[in-house]
Write a protein that binds this ligand. Structure first.
Ligand code: AHR
Length: 329
C-alpha cells in the first residue's frame, strides 16, 4: 500500500515538473511557410476565353477578327466560340471555359439580363471577367471591367443627326437591334432623349442586327406607312443595307427617306457614297488589343480602368468616298 502511494506521488511530481517546463519553455516557432510564388502572366502564358455572341453583322465579323488576330500576334491562347445570338450558348461556353480553368474570360453579352449565376461561378473559380462591347445588368462586383461603346451616347448622336435632317419635323420609323441587348436599349434611349418634339416615331421593330431580318421589317413598314415615312433610325449598317434593298424594291430614290445608321462599316460607307445613308454613327469593333492589355493588367494585379469607352465619330456622305478605302472594317 505504502509502495503504491510513493509511486503515485512520484508520478504526480513528474507531471508537475513537465507542465512547468512546458510553460516556461519559449514556443518553438513553426517553420515559416515559403512565400507563395506570385505568377507573373505574359501574353504567352495567358489563356483567354472569348464566347463570341454570333456572326450577325460586319461589325461582329470585324470584332471576331480583331480578337483572333491580336491573340495570334501577341501569342495569347484564345478559346473562341460562336453562340449564334443565343444567350444559353454563351453561358454553356463560359461554363466550359471555367471547367477548363482559363485565366480570364472576355464576354460580349448578347443581352443585358441573366448573367448573375454564371458570373458568380467564374468569380468563385477565381477567373476574372471583362465585359466587352455591350453592357450587362449585373452587380459590378461580379466582373472586373467593361470595355466598349457608350450606346446611349450613340443614340444621342443619331437623334441629333435626325434633328438636322428633318428640321421641320416629320414621321420616322426605327429599325432596332436585338431586343434586350445593351446596344439596342442604349441607342433607343439616347435617340429618344435627343429627338426634337416635332419628330414622331411611327413604329419600332427589331431586325436583330442582320440584313436578312432588316429587309422584311422595312418592307412591312413601307407597306403600312408608305410615303408618311420621312426618316429611319436604323441601329446598324447591316439592317440599313437590308432596309435599302426594300426601299429600292419599293421604287424609292436615295434620300427619299433620311437614314441615320450606326457602325460605320465599309458597307455603311458605300451606302453613304450611293446616297442612301445620310449619317453614320461610328461603333468601333476593334477591341482586341485593348482587351488583351487590360486582361494582362488585371491578371498581374496592376492598376486598370474598370470602364473603358471607345472614342467614336459620326460620318457623312461628303467624306465617305475619300474615307472608304482606309476603313478597317
Ligand atoms: O453591340 C454592337 C452591335 O452589335 C453593332 O452595332 C452591331 O452591328 C452588332 O451586331
Amino acid at each position: 500500500m505504502k509502495v503504491l502511494k510513493v509511486v503515485s506521488n512520484v508520478a504526480l511530481l513528474m507531471v508537475l515538473v513537465f507542465s512547468l517546463v512546458a510553460c516556461a519553455a519559449p514556443a518553438t516557432p513553426a517553420p515559416a511557410a515559403a512565400p507563395a510564388e506570385k505568377k507573373e502572366f505574359t501574353y504567352n502564358t495567358m489563356t483567354m476565353c472569348y464566347p463570341q455572341l454570333g456572326a450577325e453583322s460586319d461589325w461582329r465579323t470585324a470584332n471576331t477578327a480583331s480578337f483572333k488576330e491580336t491573340a495570334g500576334e501577341l501569342g495569347v491562347r484564345l478559346i473562341f466560340s460562336d453562340a449564334q445570338q443565343k444567350q444559353e450558348n454563351q453561358i454553356s461556353a463560359m461554363r466550359a471555359c471555367i471547367a477548363q480553368g482559363v485565366n480570364i474570360i472576355a464576354l460580349p453579352p448578347v443581352v443585358e439580363d441573366g448573367w448573375d449565376a454564371v458570373l458568380k461561378e467564374a468569380k468563385d473559380a477565381g477567373i476574372p471577367v471583362i465585359i466587352v462591347d455591350r453592357s450587362v445588368k449585373a452587380d459590378k462586383s461580379l466582373y472586373a471591367a467593361h470595355i466598349g461603346s457608350n450606346m446611349v451616347q450613340e443614340g444621342e448622336k443619331a437623334g441629333n443627326e435626325m434633328n438636322k435632317l428633318l428640321p421641320d419635323g416629320g414621321k420616322i420609323i426605327e429599325l432596332s437591334g436585338t431586343t434586350g441587348s445593351g446596344a439596342a436599349t442604349g441607342r433607343a434611349e439616347g435617340f429618344r432623349k435627343t429627338l426634337n418634339k416635332n419628330i414622331e416615331i411611327l413604329d419600332s421593330q427589331t431586325g436583330n442586327f442582320t440584313r436578312a431580318e432588316g429587309k422584311p421589317v422595312m418592307e412591312a413598314f413601307l407597306k403600312k406607312y408608305g410615303a408618311d415615312i420621312k426618316g429611319a433610325f436604323i441601329h446598324n449598317d447591316d439592317m440599313a443595307i437590308g432596309a435599302i434593298e426594300a426601299m429600292k424594291a419599293a421604287g424609292l430614290k436615295p434620300g427619299d427617306i433620311k437614314v441615320v445608321s450606326v457602325d460605320g462599316t465599309r458597307g455603311g460607307f458605300q451606302a453613304m457614297v450611293d446616297g442612301w445613308i445620310q449619317a453614320d454613327v461610328e461603333c468601333n469593333p476593334l477591341l482586341g488589343p485593348q482587351t488583351m492589355e487590360l486582361a494582362l493588367n488585371i491578371l498581374n494585379g496592376k492598376p486598370f480602368e474598370a470602364e473603358t469607352l471607345t472614342k467614336e465619330e459620326v460620318y457623312y456622305p461628303d467624306k465617305a468616298a475619300e474615307l472608304l478605302p482606309s476603313r478597317k472594317y
